[in-house]
Design a protein around this ligand. Structure first.
Ligand SMILES: *Cc1c(COP(=O)(O)O)cnc(C)c1O
Length: 228
């Protein structure tokens, strides 16, 4: 077994355990392997170990790897990084999901640039739940307005919300922010019943995220090791 296969097995085990403790079905959580800065050959090792969903943050780097790995069937690529407007076309053309939509201008461009002959682009709205002014993400009080805009975009499919909590060692703060996002997710579901994705939890806080209802954890370091 490669080191990556071993780590993937451990992460899958941890997800199952966290689900059992939270009395949730293990299949209710999708593992997104975050492969930013990691080479196509390392990603191939994860693919060979059965991983199919991958998250990337840097458009150019991602598109190169997507092309190199295109011979693998059934891969699903998720864009999870901050979005510059001049990169929306490459995102619309190369990804199945984007988790980091936080403004209308970006949504409008993605909608116009997504080929209407393929499946719509799955969209999660990134929410600023930690109220740090520097962070990207829509403010919670503007979430429904942005969701309304997206729901009128034919080439986009609203799937849910995503957030990155404030970096902290305080578990209570982390849980508080995850609960806040879960509440926003439930509110969004009441308006848009097709919404099914609560994208939260990374290598350091996966367990807490699953406790708070996460349906998709975004795991980089625990699978691929430290990034330079
Ligand atoms: C890098 C990144 C991750 C993965 O973080 P790890 O701590 O390495 O698991 C998850 N989500 C986003 C948005 C990221 O940028």
């Amino acid at each position: 077994m490669t080191e990556i296969a071993t780590r993937l097995t451990q992460v899958r085990q941890q997800i199952i355990q966290a689900c059992q403790q939270a009395k949730r079905a293990p299949q209710s959580v999708t593992l997104l392997a975050v492969s930013k800065t990691k080479s196509a050959s390392l990603i191939q090792q994860a693919i060979d170990a059965g991983q199919r969903d991958f998250g990337e943050n840097y458009v150019q780097e991602a598109v190169e790897k997507i092309q190199l790995l295109a011979h693998n069937t059934d891969l699903t690529w998720h864009f999870i990084g901050p979005i510059q407007t001049n990169k929306t076309r490459l995102i619309a053309e190369n990804f199945s999901w984007v988790h980091s939509v936080d403004r209308e201008k970006v949504a409008k461009r993605l909608n116009e640039q997504r080929d209407p002959n393929i499946t719509p682009l799955n969209v999660c709205l990134q929410v600023n739940i930690s109220d740090e002014t520097s962070k990207s993400g829509v403010n919670p009080d503007e979430l429904l307005a942005l969701a309304d805009f997206i729901s009128n975009c034919n080439q986009l499919r609203l799937r849910g919300v995503m957030a990155i909590p404030e970096k902290t060692d305080n578990i209570e703060t982390c849980l508080q922010q995850f609960n806040a996002l879960q509440n926003l997710f439930k509110t969004l579901q009441q308006h848009y019943p097709d919404v099914d994705t609560l994208s939260m939890g990374m290598s350091g806080d996966m367990k807490q995220a699953i406790t708070c209802g996460s349906t998709m954890v975004r795991i980089g370091t625990a699978i691929f090791g430290q990034r330079n």
